[in-house]
Design a protein around this ligand. Sequence first.
Ligand code: UT7
Length: 328
Amino acid sequence: MHAQITGWGKYLPERVLTNKDLEKTVDTSDEWIETRTGIRERRIIADDEAASTMAVAAGRRALEVAGLSPQQLDMVIVATSSPDRIMPATAALVQNELGAEGAAAFDVNAACSGFIYALIIAYQFIAAGACENILVVASEAVSRSIDWEDRSTCVLFGDGAGAVVVQANGNATDMLSFVMGNDGSGADLLYIHHPCGLPTNTHNDKRYYMVMDGKNVFRFGVAALADVSRQVIDAAGLNISDIDLFIPHQANNRITQAAMKALGISSEKVFVNLDRYGNTSAASPAIALCEAVEQSRLKQGDMVVLVAFGAGLSWAATVLRWQPDAYS
Ligand code: UT7
């Protein structure tokens, strides 16, 4: 069975936290953040929001675009590394709130590669004939696990959610190839502890904040974006010049630029919204895909590469032929 993206949506919290705001609370500057990362501002969730509430908002929009009711969903997959609860899955909360009665619901935690992992999983269920309609949402409340006194991490991240609907289609599959992988020897380079993994379960403890070896993650990110893009384009039987738009994980413009330079890709072919949202982890390629469509950066028939890297150390990429109008 073929599969295709037929709907997309995003949700960004209202509250904007600018670099100038951060200057007031940590030893940093707007100039440092912008020149070293490309980030100008990020969104932060309100107290009454969480990964699940953002996922519901993005998911509803994606369902509207697809013209599908929640009751028609066979499966809800939520990619997140900032779940509301360890159990049940955030997807269970999203399924209930949307009213997707009886749909299978589970989370995928592949950190910033999570949306692409989840998308690839959705396509396999449809290809196997096991599902017809799947909602894939990436939602991250990263701000909740940030140490706001640690300038090396707190300036980088933001909250948000992006979603797509994937449907079985008799005509054609828009996912032409995919690559996914992980190198667990790098698990200590970027992590967030959880009480279940520590001998004591003391809360309000700095051990539950994100820890990152920025330099090594930077090196890994440049190599991963370039290598994995090459692999996935080869696997689709295409050349780099055949790709109309690259949507990389929005982590740091210097990482993206170094990787795209290594591939010989001009900046006009690379989608960037990092300046406005920072790094929203798994949600980043999902929000970027949605904005690329909204801004008419993707036309019917275009070839698009989604590519991400993250904690794990994980990586994933896919080549899509953008053809939502071909759904039947
Ligand atoms: O989804 C994946 C998630 N993670 C990433 O993508 C992160 C990858 N890493 C990075 O993006 C970069 O390594 C950072 C943005 C985290 C850091 O940039 P850098 O150019 O590698 O800076 P650095 O770590 O080499 O630090 C240079 C200087 C240091 O000061 P000294 O030792 O030279 O005096 C840092 O203490 O910049 C200092 N610094 C800051 N200064 C102002 C680090 N963070 C800040 C800050 N504001 N926010």
